[in-house]
Ligand binder design. Sequence first.
Ligand SMILES: Cc1ncc(COP(=O)(O)O)c(C=O)c1O
Length: 341
Amino acid sequence: MHFASDNSSGVAPEIMAALAAANDGYARSYGADALMERVTAQIRQVFEAPEAAVFLVATGTAANALSVALTCPPWGAVFCHDKAHVAEDECNAPEFFAGGAKLVLVSGDHGKMTPATLAPALARIGAGGVHSLQKGMLTVTNVTEAGTVYTPAEIAALTSLARAKGLPCHLDGARFANAIVATGATPAEMTWKAGIDLLSLGGTKNGCMGVEAVVIFDPARAWEFELRRKRAGHLFSKHRFLSAQMAAYLEDGLWLRLATQANAMGARLAQGLARINSVTQAHPVQANMMFPEWPGGTNARLQAAGAQYYAWPLAEGREGARLVTSWSTREADVDRFLSAF
Ligand SMILES: Cc1ncc(COP(=O)(O)O)c(C=O)c1O
């Protein structure tokens, strides 16, 4: 009953096997390995983007912070949701790597910005000339930090406002596969066709050991990213082990099969909880992460029964929790949790 994070799951067997296979013999270092060529070809095909540039890093924070740095000048504003990972969970890495950029927090229910909340924030750009907020970039997270999912149309509604102001647009796709499975959209529809210029494509949460891809749809920006990655200490010498993970992840749709399992277990858990009268959900459950609320005392009982997850007290005798399912969650894990409840 491990629902603390999709990061607490292990490595998918196919990816572990690919790592072992990559360990055979010698390969060129620093991203010049043959497996990286394969990864670039796979991503270009999956995203219907024959020109896309692809870079691998080991953490989502690196992918996001370097993406922000590439697209936002030091004096620029980074528009993001007020609960965004870049704002809450990256120790100011985006601001640091962008040389002092300012995060502008945009509100919105259930983890999502809307045109109505984004537009007034964008309107502040340049309002006071040299003294005021300057043009930077927009970053959107899908799956959101609230476990909800933007449709491509919802993303396009945000990017069209940002692009009208000349802002490049980034997608934090730490759980991109889960968002694709949840919506049925194609990777292209969710990104460049919806106005996204660059993407942090997650691997780690969904069965890799530690790899994320930055996909840049405008190849003119590729060399600068290459330099920024090296300068930040994120260019791996034994890069083939990053490539091997991402190549296996994308091979024959493994990434989507893993996310399908994670989302299906999320749905099973949410459906089971929906049958319990005292349980409510803080946000609609749309992928593999949920925030149930239940009567006081429940967390102690569930945790005594062996369930693992993050919990917190709420007002009026209620308690909250975050439950995350992953590619390795089994029906039996979910059912045991529901029985324990
Ligand atoms: C939305 C989101 N973005 C990015 C990340 C990547 O973070 P890390 O640097 O821990 O790999 C996470 C991980 O929790 C996340 O939830």
